[in-house]
Design a binder for this molecule. Structure first.
Ligand code: NAI
Ligand code: 15L
Length: 272
């Protein structure tokens, strides 16, 4: 695919969005920003609720003429099913419909490790977890990411709209837990991964894991590398301090035995 230039970045006011607003222009992209809330320092950013049909015209105008969409917007932690339904399920559907109607070629979808959160983490010599592992969402939030991946597959099969679904681990400036030593996606590697996903040829719908080249990685990064992603960071320099503080992960503790960590053990948020 010729390098896309104008990108719609949804969720631009959020944590990852703020990091990517800084990093992606270095790859030559012009960003059009969208969020539910105003984006600090960006008066031209589009304010819209992706889940609200009343904002359909604004959303359609936002996608008009862009080469691709980096879709980060949504609720990024567990919430009631009603809230997840609105922001993550209805919102992602509304965005894809606008993209289809406007002929946008590709979406980069911020999926999450919580789509497979109940998958046991590999121990010892266990193989790295492949992208083909079945969905095992650990929350309504994770369920919405499983839905997003299926929606992406459907829009490719039915409409020829391409997506790279990034099953992101933990994208923050630094890892802050022992679990994150395995899942960390440094912001710089996050931008490398998004750039690779935007520029790789013929992706159809591809699911990849989003982590750095962590010594303690749990995931098979080969599909991401096949897109041209070359991670440069490793969480290992943070390991000694985090392990001294929190201890090693306990394979017999349900909270640390599975990919999703505490997302797997917390009770659902009621009411639905
Ligand atoms: P965040 O919560 O900081 O940012 C999400 C942004 O989406 C917010 O600015 C919010 O206002 C916006 N938003 C929420 N509902 C919206 C709606 N209905 N319409 C328009 N905008 C809406 O989340 P963060 O950490 O920046 O994550 C970005 C994306 O990446 C999310 O989709 C999240 O699920 C996903 N992700 C993030 C990970 C991480 O480590 N930060 C890990 C895995 C996935
Ligand atoms: C996610 O999907 C969340 O959006 C992020 O805030 C972190 O909790 C991350 O997963 C994680 O599992 O560390």
């Amino acid at each position: 695919m010729p390098a896309p230039r104008t990108i719609l970045l949804t969720g631009a006011a959020g944590g990852v969005g703020t990091l990517m607003r800084e990093l992606l222009p270095k790859y030559g992209y012009e960003l059009r920003l969208l969020d539910l809330v105003p984006v600090e320092g960006a008066p031209d950013a589009i304010t819209a609720d992706l889940g609200d049909p009343a904002d359909a015209d604004v959303i359609r105008e936002a996608v008009r003429g862009v080469d691709a969409i980096v879709h980060l917007a949504g609720i990024s932690l567990e919430a009631s099913f009603a809230k997840i339904l609105h922001a993550n399920i209805q919102g992602t559907y509304n965005l894809y419909e606008a993209a289809r109607e406007e002929g946008v070629a590709r979406v980069i979808f911020a999926s999450s490790n919580h789509a497979i959160g109940f998958t046991p983490r590999p121990l010892g010599d266990d193989p790295l977890v492949p992208v083909g592992t079945p969905h095992r969402p650990d929350t309504f939030y994770g369920l919405s990411k499983s839905f997003g991946e299926d929606l992406a597959q459907f829009y490719w099969d039915k409409h020829g709209l391409e997506t790279v679904s990034l099953r992101i681990g933990s994208c923050f400036l630094e890892p802050t837990s022992v679990r994150m030593l395995s899942l960390w996606l440094s912001p710089a590697d996050g931008a490398r991964l998004i750039h690779a996903a935007l520029t790789a040829d013929d992706v159809k719908h591809t699911v990849v894991y989003g982590s750095s080249a962590n010594t303690r990685v749990w995931w098979d990064l080969a599909p991401a590398r096949a897109l041209g992603y070359e991670p440069r960071d490793d969480s290992e320099p943070y390991a000694a301090e985090l392990i001294a503080k929190h201890g090693e992960l306990d394979p017999d503790d349900p909270e640390t035995a599975r990919m999703g960590g505490h997302f797997t053990t917390r009770p659902p948020i009621w009411p639905h």
